[in-house]
Design a protein around this ligand. Structure first.
Ligand code: 9UX
Length: 65
């Protein structure tokens, strides 16, 4: 499993959007998004950090390093 920190999520609807965006990336599966901790966890088989960042920023959130 791999985790990233995401800035800007403030409700369950955001969680749904982020979950869907991550699930849409080739290689990403078993996505779990934690609103309280601003964290997303998933299995990653081949997706690049750039792919992940692009998907998250594309829907208005920010990936923290
Ligand atoms: Mo969650 Mo609503 O950030 O705009 S608060 S979707």
């Amino acid at each position: 499993m791999e985790s990233i920190k995401i800035k800007g999520m403030s409700c369950q609807h955001c969680v749904g959007s982020v979950t869907k965006a991550l699930q849409g990336i080739e290689g990403i599966s078993q996505v779990s998004v934690d609103l309280d901790n601003g964290k997303a966890t998933f299995e990653n088989d081949g997706a690049s950090q750039d792919d992940i960042k692009a998907a998250i920023t594309g829907i208005g959130f920010e990936v923290l390093d």
